[in-house]
Design a protein around this ligand. Structure first.
Ligand SMILES: *Cc1c(COP(=O)(O)O)cnc(C)c1O
Length: 399
């Protein structure tokens, strides 16, 4: 029998705040009612603030982040178009695979898992593409499989330096709302996210930020699409309606989640993610274990991927955490299976939850045979949290 709280330390779905869960507990309502826009129109405006776009449009499709990937591709590209993408983890690999399945010509750059977007390689390829055959560059902002944050702004600079007109697609599923993301400043044409990560909701919404340039491209793009058609969505969204039944409960939850984000302040939310993540990383360092991310400039503030010692199976760590301590940790995906476990630290989270994650990870690691000192990681994180809360400038520093 399990007593007490079941701990969810995975990088999505994340913990749903009580206020958000209660906000979703409402009766069904008429999605064609004259006042339906009172609920939905404000959501579009506030999502724009989260994406930091004034010029782009926001759309919400029933679906998940993967559906939003598909919507972004099929609405703006043509069959056989060339796209440039780097694979540096399971999510970027799956995105490249989708692009192939949908019939694009995919130019893949393989990068060691633990590194980020290869800005220099992209810059060279773009500079050599005189005929502008590359129609889009895909960047996974936060590679959830490896705990790496990529330099989206650097990719934008590479595009600009080459004078290249390709669209910039960004997977922000595990970054938007948690890590600094600037759609307009970085010239992002398609920003993709989902409801169940930084937005602290159940899964069910695929959310897109679409630039004016991408909207223009969508008017002549010839890839096949039906359910995800931007123009149908935009036409109905203008008055707050949808072309098919929308998940109204999720909209009520999203209203509450956005209120929480703006009550705390988006900058403060981002600073909190940095402060909490830094504590987790210091804990891991105190164990003497390595991160998958190879350099501090790549560290993700939403997920930490931890290599277990060579003689410790990460699957055992995760199994013990779940079965003995009511705690879920993220697994090592694909080539990292058995070698890595992950601590998700995004969304509705505080110091106490991160300390609990470290403490239960220590017990699980020890149970799986790792020779680490119990309490070492917790103590290191506590020292950091004490320091960071005593010196607000430290905790407010946005990486
Ligand atoms: C979770 C995640 C996805 C997949 O999103 P779903 O909502 O599960 O479809 C895609 N990309 C990244 C970076 C993610 O973290």
């Amino acid at each position: 029998m399990r007593t007490g709280v079941t701990h969810l330390f995975i990088p999505g779905p994340t913990n749903v705040p009580e206020r958000v869960r209660r906000a979703m507990n409402v009766p069904m309502q008429d999605m064609r009612a004259p006042d339906f826009g009172d609920l939905t129109l404000g959501l579009f405006e506030d999502l724009k603030r989260v994406l930091r776009t004034e010029t782009g449009a926001v759309m919400m499709f029933p679906g998940s982040g993967t559906g939003a990937w598909e919507a972004a591709i099929t609405n703006t590209l043509n069959p056989g178009d060339r796209v440039l993408i780097a694979r540096y983890g399971q999510f970027s690999a799956l995105w490249a695979q989708m692009a192939e399945r949908l019939g694009l010509e995919v130019e893949v750059v393989d990068v060691a898992w633990g590194l980020g977007a290869p800005v220099d390689v992209f810059a060279r390829r773009l500079a050599h593409d005189n005929r502008h055959a590359i129609k889009a560059v895909f960047v996974t902002h936060n590679e959830t499989a490896t705990g790496v944050s990529a330099d989206v702004e650097g990719v934008r600079r590479a595009l600009d330096a080459a004078g290249h007109p390709a669209m910039l697609f960004v997977d922000g599923v595990s970054s938007i709302g948690s890590i600094d993301f600037r759609m307009d400043d970085w010239g992002v044409d398609l920003a993709v996210t989902g409801s169940q990560k930084g937005l602290m909701l159940p899964a069910g919404l695929g959310i897109l930020g679409v630039s004016q340039k991408a909207l223009e491209a969508s008017q002549s793009a010839t890839m096949r699409r039906a359910y995800f058609e931007f123009s149908d969505m935009m036409a109905m969204n203008a008055a707050g309606y949808f072309p098919y039944t929308p998940p109204t409960q999720l909209f009520h939850g999203l209203r509450a989640a956005l209120d929480l984000i703006f009550e705390e302040g988006l900058d403060a939310v981002i600073a909190r993610h940095h402060r909490l993540a830094e504590g987790v990383r210091r804990g891991v360092r105190a164990w003497g274990l390595d991160l998958v991310a190879r350099h501090p400039s790549l560290y993700s503030d939403t997920v930490t991927a931890i290599r277990t010692p060579d003689d410790v199976d990460a699957r055992e760590v995760i199994r013990i955490g779940y079965e003995t301590y009511n705690a879920s940790f993220g697994s090592g995906l694909a080539q990292l299976a058995g070698r890595v476990f992950r601590i998700g630290h995004l969304g509705d989270l505080n110091e106490g939850m991160c300390l609990t994650a470290l403490s239960l990870a220590e017990l699980s690691l020890t149970g799986a045979g790792a020779r680490i000192q119990l309490g070492a990681g917790v103590a290191a994180a506590q020292s950091w949290y004490a320091e960071a809360s005593a010196r607000p400038t430290l905790s407010q520093r946005v990486a």
